[in-house]
Design a protein around this ligand. Sequence first.
Ligand code: NAG
Ligand code: NAG
Ligand code: NAG
Ligand code: NAG
Ligand code: NAG
Length: 387
Amino acid sequence: MQNRVVQLEEGKDNGITVVRTGQYKAFPTKLLLLLGFFLAFAITVFIISVSTIKYTGFQSVVTTVTSSFVPCRDDESNGLSKWIQPPAVLMHNMSDEELLWRASFWPRRKEYPFKRVPKIAFMFLTKGPLPLASLWERFLKGHNGLYSVYLHPHPSFTAKFPANSVFHRRQILSQVAEWGRMSMCDAEKRLLANALLDINNEWFVLVSESCIPLYNFTTIYSYISRSKHSFMGAFDDPGPYGRGRYNGNMEPEVPLTKWRKGSQWFEINRDLAATIVKDTLYYPKFKEFCRPACYVDEHYFPTMLTIEKPAVLANRSITWVDWSRGGPHPATFGRSDITEKFFGRIFDGRNCTYNGRNTSMCYLFARKFAPSALEPLLHIAPKILGF
Ligand SMILES: *[C@@H]1O[C@H](CO)[C@@H](O)[C@H](O)[C@H]1NC(C)=O
Ligand SMILES: *[C@@H]1O[C@H](CO)[C@@H](O)[C@H](O)[C@H]1NC(C)=O
Ligand SMILES: *[C@@H]1O[C@H](CO)[C@@H](O)[C@H](O)[C@H]1NC(C)=O
Ligand SMILES: *[C@@H]1O[C@H](CO)[C@@H](O)[C@H](O)[C@H]1NC(C)=O
Ligand SMILES: *[C@@H]1O[C@H](CO)[C@@H](O)[C@H](O)[C@H]1NC(C)=O
């Protein structure tokens, strides 16, 4: 560091000497006075810059010496590991704007220069506690390194899980999310952005506290990882609750023909997650022109992904829900509903396509389950759900 400073000083000195000798011989004496003033000025500037360089040079030496006391951490942060290690602590103090910006960095090269084991990020969008936590614990047990967990509860709630829990310290910085409003999509984006900070997360599953897995982890991992499509519900509903909610002011970014509706509960790959997190084009349109009775969480992601990445969408959700009872909310199932017959209805209820083929395996998750369903679920899971 000191050597470089010295070289800089010498360079400057030589330059000025050359100018002075050249001008002295060429100009008449009357101009010498003017030249004298110029010289005095130049020398002053020179002295000031030299002392500034000496001062900053000294500062640099001091910081170099100080930082050499933590060589290990320094090595790491300059290497690849800082880019491929997930953040050690999930809590940060980034604003949404800062977080979304940070999370929208992604590699443009296709191959990873390290052995990457892709993970499923389970993102829990909840009001507070997780009454079905022990079912999820059992589901995830033994699959370390293949999943990660994120919790976005109401901001007044602090999750307390023991150190051996898969939910331990997985709460992220949250804000109030209201059903049917943009704050709900903001919460989903916040979950996606936090999960994107772990480069090994490849698939992103949004679930709530009332969701359950319908198969063991191996089966779900293989279904998701082998799928050519991401499972975002997206359909064109010509009725009042579909196209009826479209507002012409969204044009030209959002044309009516691309307007879609779908369930909020999705599974998407990393590319789609990044596409959502980076969006600043569609967001203002939906925020301004899709307000209740336009429920933005049913339209924003399905529509913008239909415009941006249609070929990757399966256009169906993998989360089973029962709307058959009618009304604005789907059915909730409690203790007495949990029977083998009930699950038979979920497993054989319909046919759908998977990688272009017909299958009756349409759903990997189901909702909504009340806390009272936990005990019978834990009991029935080994036989019916395979875990
Ligand atoms: C986060 O913390 C750092 C220092 O701890 C502070 O400089 C920064 O302003 C904080 N950012 C926000 C958004 O609070
Ligand atoms: C998961 O379920 C599948 C299908 O039911 C089964 O073949 C497999 O053995 C199960 N895996 C584990 C680890 O239990
Ligand atoms: C889903 O819909 C889009 C258009 O909205 C279409 O391009 C895509 O092929 C559909 N996906 C499947 C799996 O059919
Ligand atoms: C699904 O397909 C199978 C075989 O093609 C058929 O037997 C079954 O009835 C179908 N189920 C439904 C709900 O359509
Ligand atoms: C899948 O099922 C649909 C009807 O549900 C049928 O029209 C189609 O031929 C089937 N495709 C294959 C590949 O079996």
